[in-house]
Design a protein around this ligand. Structure first.
Ligand code: URA
Length: 210
């Protein structure tokens, strides 16, 4: 059997939006329309829907996950499966609604079998996430799991060790916590309490820095 041809990054501005097209986007909507045909990494051709992110464009709290799973790929919305149900509960417990916060992922297209995105895939997509962060300008970011920490901040310490310890991204405080999918797998009181403490710390920071 012949090997599949190696993935080639397209040269056209729809398949591979230029840095200029990304950096000059004037709003989230504008950005989404410029990038939602992206094929800049091998995940693009395999997606059903591009999962840009959603929520309040002026959110003070922004959640960043890893990448879309099956439900998200089908619906084109972040965190709508089982992990999303738990995230919604966490957001509600903080006194917010989903519409108050912003939810995005490191990669916008589903990795096959829900595997962790490769560093190349994450890096190809990161400029989109960075622009989202710039446009939203949140007061605090909650990093869900190790992938956003590694890709956005270059922090490779395990999430179990680093959760609850403030990080910074371009001056924005970042609170690392467990990914909701991990919480569902390790549904212990300790894990749930840890996440709750991390989220409360993020909320308290916002309340103290209006
Ligand atoms: N897991 C993620 O990291 N992101 C989603 O959107 C859904 C599940």
């Amino acid at each position: 059997m012949e090997a599949a041809p190696a993935f080639q990054v397209p040269r056209d501005p729809i398949g591979c939006p230029s840095m200029e097209a990304v950096s000059s986007a004037s709003s989230l909507q504008d950005l989404e329309s410029r990038i939602n045909g992206c094929l800049a990494c091998p995940l693009g051709p395999g997606r059903i829907r591009f999962v840009f992110g959603e929520g309040n464009p002026k959110a003070r709290m922004m959640f960043i996950g890893e990448g879309p799973g099956r439900d998200e790929d089908l619906q084109g919305r972040p965190f709508v499966g089982k992990a999303g149900e738990l995230l919604d509960k966490m957001i509600g417990a903080l006194g917010y609604q989903r519409e108050d916060v912003y939810i995005a992922n490191v990669v916008k297209c589903r990795p096959p079998d829900n595997r962790t995105p490769t560093p190349q895939e994450a890096q190809a997509c990161l400029r989109y996430l960075r622009k989202q962060i710039e446009l939203i300008s949140p007061g605090v970011i909650v990093a869900l799991g190790a992938t956003p920490l590694r890709e956005l901040l270059g922090v490779t310490t395990g999430i179990t060790r680093i959760r609850g310890q403030w990080q910074r991204l371009d001056g924005i405080p970042v609170m690392p916590t467990f990914h909701p999918a991990y919480v569902l797998r390790q549904y212990t009181q300790d894990v749930r309490r840890a996440v709750w403490m991390d989220l409360q710390a993020a909320k308290i920071w916002l309340d103290e820095h209006p």
